[in-house]
Design a protein around this ligand. Structure first.
Ligand SMILES: [Cu+2]
Length: 104
């Protein structure tokens, strides 16, 4: 389950902050990735050629990475920026540092 760590500040309500995570373009990408993963399952059940399955898995991973990039970008452009403007950015910077350790 997605854990929201955004805190509402500068008049941005919690509901609006959640809305920022509901970017329709990102949701579309995630649903496409879900369809691809379901296809991977069917291909595997049907004993399709291994490299064809691998190609489908790669496509799924690429979509998930794209969705992740968009979610992180939205976080930087909204949550982190607002924390910087408030002068309360230490926690957000620590979160980004932890994220970079996981990703790189
Ligand atoms: Cu955020």
């Amino acid at each position: 389950m997605l854990k929201l760590s955004c805190t509402p500040i500068y008049g941005v309500t919690y509901k609006e902050m959640i809305h920022m995570t509901k970017d329709p373009q990102t949701i579309k990408i995630l649903k496409t990735a879900l369809g691809q993963v379901e296809s991977v399952i069917r291909m595997t059940e049907d004993q399709r050629y291994c490299l064809d399955i691998s190609t489908q898995i790669s496509a799924s991973i690429a979509l998930l990475k794209k969705a992740q990039q968009q979610i992180i970008s939205n976080h930087l452009n909204h949550c982190v920026l607002e924390a910087l403007e408030k002068g309360d950015s230490k926690e957000k910077i620590n979160e980004i540092n932890q994220l970079l350790k996981k990703l790189l």
